[in-house]
Design a protein around this ligand. Structure first.
Ligand code: ATP
Ligand code: MG
Length: 394
């Protein structure tokens, strides 16, 4: 019995003339994602992508699992390919292929789609005949066209006849790589991995930037970030992570700037350095996990001060979300348990007792200029550590 995965495009159907380019990127993403688990042929026709295993022992469960995380896919179905494109073959295959679900159900219906108009039977005939064959094998079943427990889909397409059960919901979004490149400022917390996931969902290819302040932050904190990114990469694909040595800069902030401005000046320097790394990596935007009002550095005034440090667009996909909503997504993408591991982030190293929630840009800039971080910024940029991130199941 030969099986195949039929993938339905998501939002890309809306893209008119660009559609072809979008679909090509989606196909490439599917190929990349399946590459580590075996040989698959990935082709497209009639707004469907066909994923055909080329090895007999290909792991289709694993393939479906991977496909469920690829953005740009509305739904997909694991289907059987009938031996022949004939009504007889459909009637023989349907009860057999879906035996497990049919034998435990009480009601069913058949839905037929005939996109090959040369097929000699019309959809209602296919439904009737296939339904009859199923009832013969499972006489306990009843047909319920309105609210069936199981729907048996028969698709008569140009290249063959396929049978499958209900399609599985895809990851939605648009294919990674169609939205340009952006750099995610990633900490070990709950929020930034979720922000990374959300922007990848909108087609962004990610580069990651992490600020580390050893010995105040440990090697394990950095490893934790790597593990988080490996989970994000299951959705976003591979990425490069740059670790910025931030200790000297943070120590200088502490010794040379007013305490209530520590955090805001640190965040501005993070933006400045990130912009430089982003530009070197062909990224046109920065991404953070900030959410309005969550902490002192995430008020409107503080965000304005942070934004002023960069000319780049800053995406903050979590800006209007509650913590619980963010946590729900972190569970879904399996980053939560890792995020709550207790390693210190550089942001918490020198937190002032009374941070300014309404910093005045003019004073912040003056304080930053007076301390003069230019040289240390250059040194940090010369000493970036590069880590190549792959999905944790590759
Ligand atoms: P998170 O859960 O993502 O750490 P948070 O609510 O703890 O966010 P902050 O610590 O104020 O908030 O950080 C706000 C944002 O700044 C983070 O979402 C992240 O994008 C960025 N950021 C914070 N710390 C770092 C770091 N060490 N390296 C890179 N980016 C960071
Ligand atoms: Mg944090």
């Amino acid at each position: 019995m030969k099986e195949i995965i039929l993938v339905k495009d998501g939002e890309i159907v809306l893209k008119g003339l660009n559609r072809r380019a979008f679909e090509d990127i989606l196909k490439k993403n599917v190929k990349h994602s399946l590459y580590p688990i075996g040989k698959f042929e990935v082709t497209s026709a009639q707004s469907t992508i066909y994923v055909k295993p080329l090895d007999d022992d290909a792991d289709l469960d694993e393939a479906c699992d991977r496909i469920s995380r690829i953005f740009g896919i509305a739904a997909f179905s694991r289907a059987v390919v009938c031996d022949e494109k004939t009504l007889e073959s459909v009637m023989k295959t349907a009860p057999y292929y879906l035996e497990d679900v049919l034998k435990n159900a009480k009601t069913f219906k058949v839905e037929a789609k005939r996109s090959d108009k040369k097929f000699p039977y019309k959809s209602p005939d296919i439904c009737r005949e296939a339904g009859g064959a199923i009832l013969e094998k499972f006489p306990h079943l009843k047909v319920d066209v309105h609210n069936p427990e199981v729907t048996v889909y028969v698709e008569i397409r140009d290249f063959g006849a396929y049978i499958h059960a209900d399609p599985i919901k895809g990851a939605g979004g648009i294919p990674v790589g169609t939205g340009g490149n952006a750099a995610i400022l990633i900490s070990g917390g709950i929020d930034s991995p979720v922000a990374a996931y959300m922007m990848a969902k909108r087609g962004i290819r990610l580069t990651a930037i992490h600020f580390a302040s050893p010995p105040y932050t440990s090697m394990r904190a950095e490893e934790k970030v790597v593990r988080l990114l490996q989970k994000v990469a299951k959705y976003s694909g591979t990425m490069t992570m740059y670790t910025v040595p931030f200790t000297k800069i943070q120590e200088k902030i502490k010794s040379d700037c007013p305490e209530e401005l520590f955090t805001i000046i640190m965040r501005r320097l993070m933006m400045e350095i990130s912009e430089r790394i982003a530009k070197q990596n062909d990224c046109a935007a920065l991404i953070t996990g900030e959410s309005l009002g969550q902490v002192a550095s995430q008020t409107i005034g503080a965000l304005q001060c942070t934004d002023e440090a960069t000319d780049m667009v800053v995406f903050r996909p979590l800006i209007g979300m509650d913590k619980q909503e963010i946590i729900d997504i972190s569970y879904k993408i399996d980053t939560y348990e890792t995020s709550i591991e207790p390693y210190e982030d550089c942001c918490t190293v020198f937190t002032p007792k009374h941070p300014r929630t309404k910093p005045v840009l003019k004073y912040v800039k003056e304080a930053q200029e007076k301390a003069d971080f230019n040289e240390l910024v250059e040194v940090a940029l010369e000493n970036l550590k590069t880590t190549y991130i792959k999905p944790d199941n590759d």
